[in-house]
Design a binder for this molecule. Structure first.
Ligand SMILES: Nc1ncnc2c1ncn2[C@@H]1O[C@H](COP(=O)(O)OP(=O)(O)OP(=O)(O)O)[C@@H](O)[C@H]1O
Ligand SMILES: [Mg+2]
Length: 398
C-alpha cells in the first residue's frame, strides 16, 4: 500500500491541477506515477480505496484516475465521492479487458473516460488526462460565466424593480399634474363667460332702457349655457366626440361674437380691429368651444398689441373664409411677436410670459386641444417686433 506522495509538479495551464491516481497493483501505480511525474500537475498516488477516499474528503482533486476493482473501496464509489465533493471533478477509470461493461457503467456514472489494462500505451492515458483537464476548464469557465450571468441578472432585476416603482410614482404624479391642468383649464374656460356675465350684469344695473336690459339678460343666459356645457362635459355626462351638443357652427358669426366678448371684458381701446368674415363658413362643433378658440386668440393678440403699441397704432385682423372641405381662420396682430425659440412651446400648458395673476398660460393650450379635437390644425407665424399670425383650419361641415 502506497501512502500519498507529496505534492509534485508545477502549475498546469494557469493553475496546478491536482491529480489523484489510485491503484492497488504496485506495478501499475508505479507506471502511472512515471507517466505523470514529469507533468505539470500536483500528483498524489495511493494504493488503496480508503486512502483515496481520505484524500478526496480532505483535499478533493481535479482529476481522479482510479482502478475500478479496488478491494476495499471500489473505483465507482470513489468516482461518486469525488463528484459529490466537486461535480466538475473529472474521473478516468482503469479497468481490465473483461470489465468493458463496467467501464461503460462508469461512463454512465459520469466518468470522463476509461482505460483498459494492461496499460500498453501510457501516452494514451496522459492524453486522456489532458483532454479531461481541458473539458474541466471549459466546464468551470462556463459555471463561472453562469454565476456572473446570474449576478448580472439579479442586478438587472433589481434595476427593473426600481424602474417599475419609479414609473408607478411618475404615473401617480403625472395623474396629479393632469388633474391640476384640468382644473386650471376649466377655471380658464369658465373665466371668459364669467367676465362677460359680470360686465353685462353691471350694464343692466345702469340701464334704464327695457329693450337693452332684455338683450343683456339674453346674453347672460347664453354665457350661463356655456358654463353649463363646460361643467356638464367635466362631469362626464357628455362627450363632444359622440356628437352631443354639436351643431353646425357659423364660424364667422362666432368669431364676431368672440371679438365683442373680449372688447366688453378687456381694455381694447385704441386697437384697430379689422374683421374679414366670409359668411357660410360652417363647421360641426360645439359653439362654445369654437368661441373659446377665437376669444383666446383675439385676447392674446390684443394683449400683445397693447404691450407693443401702448400709445396706439395697434392692429388686429380676424379673418374667416373657406377652401374646399375646410374653414380657414386667422388672427393677425402687429404686437410684440414671439421669439423664434419659443414658437415650439407656446401651446404647452402653463407657458406664459405674463406677470403672475395676469395669465395662466392655458389659453393657447385650450385652442390647441379644441382644434385638434375636431381634427383641425393650428399654426403660428411670428417674428419679434413684426407681430404674430395664428392660422386655424377646421374640417367644413358637410
Ligand atoms: N399674439 C401673440 N403675440 C405675442 N405673444 C403671444 C401671442 N399669443 C400668445 N403669445 C405668447 O404665448 C404665451 C402663452 O399664451 P396663452 O394664451 O397660452 O397664455 P397667456 O395669454 O399667457 O395666459 P392666459 O391665456 O391664460 O391668460 C403668452 O404668454 C405670450 O407670451
Ligand atoms: Mg392667453
Amino acid at each position: 500500500m502506497d501512502s500519498p506522495s507529496p505534492p509534485s509538479g508545477s502549475p498546469a495551464r494557469g493553475a496546478t491541477a491536482h491529480l489523484l491516481v489510485v491503484d492497488d497493483e504496485p506495478v501499475i501505480l508505479q507506471i502511472l506515477r512515471a507517466v505523470f511525474e514529469d507533468q505539470p500537475y500536483r500528483l498524489t498516488t495511493v494504493g488503496t480505496g480508503n486512502d483515496a477516499r481520505r484524500v478526496i474528503e480532505e483535499q478533493g482533486c481535479d482529476i481522479l484516475v482510479t482502478d475500478k476493482n479496488l478491494p476495499d473501496v471500489g473505483g465507482l464509489v470513489l468516482l461518486e465521492l469525488a463528484k459529490q465533493r466537486d461535480p466538475t471533478t473529472e474521473v478516468i477509470v482503469v479497468t481490465g479487458y473483461g470489465s468493458l461493461e463496467t467501464a461503460i457503467q462508469a461512463m454512465e456514472l459520469g466518468a470522463y473516460d476509461y482505460v483498459l489494462k494492461p496499460l500498453n500505451n501510457v501516452f494514451e492515458i496522459r492524453r486522456k488526462v489532458e483532454r479531461a483537464l481541458d473539458r474541466q476548464r471549459i466546464a468551470r469557465e462556463n459555471a463561472r460565466l453562469l454565476v456572473d450571468l446570474k449576478d448580472k441578472n439579479d442586478a438587472l432585476q433589481v434595476a427593473l424593480d426600481e424602474a417599475r416603482e419609479l414609473q408607478a410614482e411618475l404615473i401617480q404624479s403625472e395623474k396629479l399634474a393632469g388633474i391640476g391642468t384640468l382644473a386650471a383649464g376649466v377655471a380658464h374656460e369658465i373665466s371668459s363667460p364669467l367676465f362677460g356675465i359680470m360686465g353685462l350684469a353691471e350694464a343692466i344695473l345702469d340701464e334704464s332702457e327695457p329693450e337693452l336690459t332684455r338683450e343683456y339678460a339674453g346674453d347672460i343666459v347664453e354665457y350661463c349655457r356655456n358654463i353649463r356645457d363646460i361643467v356638464v362635459e367635466l362631469s362626464g355626462y357628455s362627450r363632444a366626440a359622440s356628437g352631443e351638443y354639436q351643431t353646425t357652427v357659423d364660424v364667422a358669426k362666432v368669431a364676431e361674437d368672440a371679438v365683442k366678448l373680449v372688447q366688453r371684458t378687456a381694455p381694447t381701446d385704441g386697437i384697430e380691429v379689422e374683421l374679414a368674415l366670409t359668411p357660410g363658413a360652417v363647421v360641426q362643433a360645439r359653439v362654445n368651444e369654437v368661441q373659446q378658440v377665437f376669444v383666446n386668440l383675439f385676447k392674446n393678440a390684443c394683449e400683445a398689441v397693447r404691450e407693443h403699441h401702448p400709445d396706439g397704432g395697434g392692429k388686429v385682423r380676424v379673418q374667416v373664409d373657406t377652401e374646399p372641405g375646410a374653414v380657414r381662420a386667422s388672427v393677425r396682430d402687429n404686437g410684440t411677436g414671439i421669439p423664434n425659440d419659443k414658437l415650439g412651446i407656446v401651446f404647452d400648458p402653463f407657458y406664459t410670459t405674463k406677470p403672475p395673476g395676469k395669465g395662466t398660460g392655458l389659453g393657447l393650450n385650450v385652442v390647441w386641444r379644441i382644434v385638434t379635437k375636431y381634427r383641425g390644425s393650428v399654426q403660428v407665424e411670428s417674428g419679434v417686433g413684426d407681430g404674430t399670425t395664428f392660422r386655424i383650419k377646421l374640417p367644413a361641415a358637410s
